[in-house]
Design a protein around this ligand. Structure first.
Ligand code: SAH
Length: 238
């Protein structure tokens, strides 16, 4: 069996019991170096196979081949494996194969980050990745524009990298055309990991904030409020 396991935002503490028990049942665990390092200590008797970023396809093919040989194998992703993770790639790679696949869900950064900030995604929200590695930036811009116009709370994944240092700023500029500059915003850094940090701010200040790739950014809708330092999107009860 080939399991595709979302390990949550941090290490074993933020993993579901199902994910932990599946990993315990496997003899081989395959993943991006950072995620393997997060859980390695808790699964001592396992064989690990990790490759750095951009080694995704090679890593998945290796896992598929091992699973087909009868090795109980898990491919791990941070957060949830179906959200900017490995699940879809594995299904595509196995389109013409007989590999048995099971996806085990994990807590995605939008959910874990939201809990640190307060309750920012209590109403309709859109999740958009700013990474243009696999998606043309024009399409990202279109999604940002339309989500902003639709007054959705927007959660930004992959908000920045060394090569894309100004992408958050570019995204904020697009969103600002449809949103008040004082819109309540927030970001969560290193959720569930060492150095965890959550900051509530506004669109104006967010525009001049430098974040890194271990950060998830939240842009409120027109009703989102700062309540005692927390980012809260009302559902309309009060
Ligand atoms: N599958 C992952 C997302 C992978 S894309 C999930 O479901 O969470 C990578 C992006 O996810 C990062 O750039 C960041 O925006 C977000 N992210 C993932 N883990 C995070 C964490 N522990 N803290 C903050 N952001 C995180």
């Amino acid at each position: 069996m080939l399991y595709i396991v979302g390990i949550g935002p941090g290490g074993v503490d933020t993993m579901t019991e199902e994910a932990a028990s599946v990993l315990n049942s496997c003899s081989l665990i395959v993943g991006y170096t950072l995620y393997v390092d997060l859980i390695k200590e808790s699964f001592k008797n396992k064989e690990f196979y990790s490759t750095p970023m951009k080694g995704e396809k090679e890593r998945c093919i290796y896992a598929v081949e091992q699973a087909e040989k009868g090795v109980n194998t898990a491919i791990i992703s941070g957060g949830d494996s179906g959200i900017y993770g490995m699940a879809s790639l594995v299904y595509e790679l196995c389109e013409n194969r007989d590999t048995q696949i099971r996806v085990i869900p994990g807590m995605t950064a939008a959910v874990s980050g939201a809990s640190l900030l307060g309750a920012p995604i209590a109403h309709d929200f859109a999740v958009i990745s700013l990474s243009d590695l696999l998606t043309p930036f024009e399409l990202i811009e279109k999604r940002l524009r339309l989500a902003a116009q639709a007054d959705m709370v927007i959660v930004l994944y992959n908000p920045s990298s060394q090569r894309r240092a100004d992408y958050l700023q570019r995204a904020c500029r697009i969103i600002k055309n449809a949103r008040d500059i004082n819109t309540v915003c927030g970001y969560a850094h290193n959720i569930g990991r060492e150095g965890e940090k959550a900051v509530v701010t506004d669109l104006d200040r967010l525009m001049d904030t430098q974040v890194d790739m271990f950060t998830t950014v939240f842009i409120g809708n027109s009703a989102t409020r700062n309540i005692k330092g927390k980012m809260v999107t009302p559902r309309g009860y009060v």
